[in-house]
Design a protein around this ligand. Structure first.
Ligand code: BTN
Length: 274
């Protein structure tokens, strides 16, 4: 009973997800795969064929899950969430990074509310639990000058992974809700809560209230106020992370008080965070 077998519906199919879903648009149409290469790849095809706003593409298993910066995303079957939302926001392309920030905030909010875990956002869009990575977001935009055609919001959450299931090279820096909580979590319930929180923030973006999203991100972040190093293809910067800007860039202040904004890269905490 403690391994989650009492949960009769932890399927991430339409039948598992729709009952109890409180959204108006997000996740109302679901395209489910037992196994696929990558839900972002599937969603890209579906979006170009005209899939409507809010379509949720979800898989039990990915054979070629994609992470940020060309990395692989571990996607074993039966334990986690791998999904992509197709969004068609009427916003300028420059505002699209808000969607990724909103997703990180929505997921962190959902995990805190459902499981009372110390979930927090590491810039740019990782969700950590106890300073170990438990989720990542890969956003891909298709735009023309001045207009977003669609945004693919890909989210991977390590829900019920055991420590042994992580490849050795990421075992010590990764975690899951199960590892942090000591009890299996219902994936469909988590997904529904995420979609609900996401829709609220997304509505704010679309109606021009991006400060609401930035404030949510700030209040859920474990990045701001810490000494960090960000490494990118452009080089690296070290200092105190002081803020996030309207494009999702991280403001870093060096020891001399000089502020710079970095827009991409990997962030490292400069001392072990407690
Ligand atoms: C990261 O590197 O942190 C981002 C990981 C994003 C993984 C998700 S899983 C669902 C979707 N499909 C993919 O191929 N990638 C994203």
């Amino acid at each position: 009973m403690s391994d989650g077998s009492r949960e009769t519906s932890d399927r991430v199919t339409e039948r598992g997800i729709l009952p109890g879903l409180a959204t108006g648009r997000l996740g109302r149409r679901i395209i489910y795969f037992d196994s696929t290469d990558s839900t972002n790849a599937r969603a890209s095809k579906l979006a170009s064929e005209g899939a409507p706003e809010g379509t949720l593409v979800i898989a039990e298993h990915q054979t070629a899950g994609r992470g940020r910066l060309g990395r692989k995303w571990e996607s074993p079957p039966g334990v986690n969430l791998y999904f992509t939302l197709i969004l068609r926001p009427e916003i300028p392309p420059a505002a699209a990074p808000m969607i990724t920030l909103a997703a990180a905030a929505a997921l962190t909010k959902a995990v805190r509310a459902l499981y009372n875990l110390p979930a927090a956002i590491k810039w740019p869009n990782d969700m950590l639990i106890g300073f170990k990575k438990a989720a990542g977001i890969l956003t891909e935009m298709n735009a023309e000058p001045g207009r977003v055609r669609h945004v693919l919001l890909g989210v991977g959450v390590d829900v019920n992974m055991t420590r042994e299931m992580f490849p050795e090279e990421i075992r010590d820096i990764s975690t899951s809700i199960y590892i942090a909580r000591g009890e299996k979590a219902n994936r469909a319930e988590l997904l529904r809560r995420f979609l609900f929180e996401m829709e609220t923030l997304y509505d704010n973006i679309v109606s021009g209230r991006k400060e609401v999203v930035l404030d949510a991100w700030r209040s859920l972040s474990c990045t701001l106020g810490r000494r960090v190093t960000v490494k990118g293809l452009w080089g690296e910067r070290t200092g105190t992370a002081t803020d996030i800007d309207g494009s999702g860039g991280l403001v870093i202040e060096d020891d001399g008080g000089k502020r710079e904004t970095v827009i991409s890269g990997d962030l490292f905490f400069n001392y072990p965070p407690e």
